[in-house]
Design a protein around this ligand. Structure first.
Ligand SMILES: Nc1ncnc2c1ncn2[C@@H]1O[C@H](COP(=O)(O)OP(=O)(O)O)[C@@H](O)[C@H]1O
Ligand SMILES: [Mg+2]
Length: 234
């Protein structure tokens, strides 16, 4: 069994089916990318893993069935989440926002805070500044940093490059790769930025209208005519 095993899940919003028999596996320490257009179901998949949807099917993490658990319990088990909407507290300081992420890893708080500041020196410089005054790239760093404060074994990041300049995207990928190399954590990335996802991931799932349309290693997927035509305009 894989470290994270999503088996045949289905999510309905009313009558609309947002995930239609989706299965995804993430091995320990692996980086897996979920790509696909707007509305494909990427965020719904990550939301389901962290317990925010009402879904059918199985979601097993480290041998434990997540489906009956609350999000808090799931975070405690070792899944960190940097959601697309970021959900930061705009009138709280940068450090305070980071500490919110530490609620289930209190013992490791100091060590993790140090690690986040090493990863993103800008967050240490701005630690007392209200987060609403930060740029888009800085907010993304704060959101990632907060997810890391929960000491995850699996980090889920939703559209980390959305609206960010290329240099900031590079910075984000450097940090994600660093986290993986240093802490051996697995990473599940949802991205519309296909190039970014292909560069970072060992395995890619292409979601379209709630279904896994293709999956494979980046080198293979890049050669697929469908991917070339649809996502690279070749
Ligand atoms: N809370 C919700 N209520 C109703 N429909 C939703 C909700 N969240 C997502 N959806 C629908 O589910 C589908 C997948 O959305 P989403 O997971 O956000 O896609 P993606 O992240 O790939 O852009 C879309 O059709 C979207 O409109
Ligand atoms: Mg989304």
């Amino acid at each position: 069994m894989a470290f994270l095993e999503v088996r045949d899940i289905q999510v309905f919003y009313g009558k609309a089916c947002s995930l239609n028999h989706v299965s995804v596996r993430v091995e320990k320490g692996a980086v897996v990318g979920i790509i696909g257009p707007n509305g494909a179901g990427k965020s719904t998949l990550l939301d389901s893993i962290i317990g925010l949807t009402d879904c059918r099917g199985e979601i097993i993490f480290d041998g434990i069935d997540l489906r009956e658990l609350t999000s808090t319990k799931i975070v405690r088990l070792g899944i960190g989440y940097a959601p697309e909407r970021r959900n930061l507290f705009p009138f709280m300081g940068v450090k305070e926002n980071l500490l919110v992420g530490a609620y289930c890893a209190r013992k490791e708080m100091e060590t993790n805070l140090k690690m986040v500041y090493e990863m993103f020196p800008i967050l240490e410089k701005r630690q007392n500044q209200e987060s609403r005054t930060m740029s888009g790239g800085e907010l993304q760093m704060l959101s990632l940093g907060r997810a890391v404060m929960s000491n995850p074994k699996l980090l889920m990041v939703d559209e980390p490059t959305l609206g960010l300049a290329p240099l900031v995207c590079l910075e984000i990928s450097r940090v994600l790769m660093g986290l993986r190399a240093r802490n051996g954590i697995a990473i599940l990335i949802a991205e519309q930025n296909v190039n970014f996802a292909l560069r970072l991931s060992e395995e890619i799932y292409l979601l379209e209208t709630g279904k896994v349309k293709m999956k494979g290693v980046p080198e293979e997927l890049k050669k697929e005519t469908y991917i070339k035509e649809t996502y690279f305009g070749v």
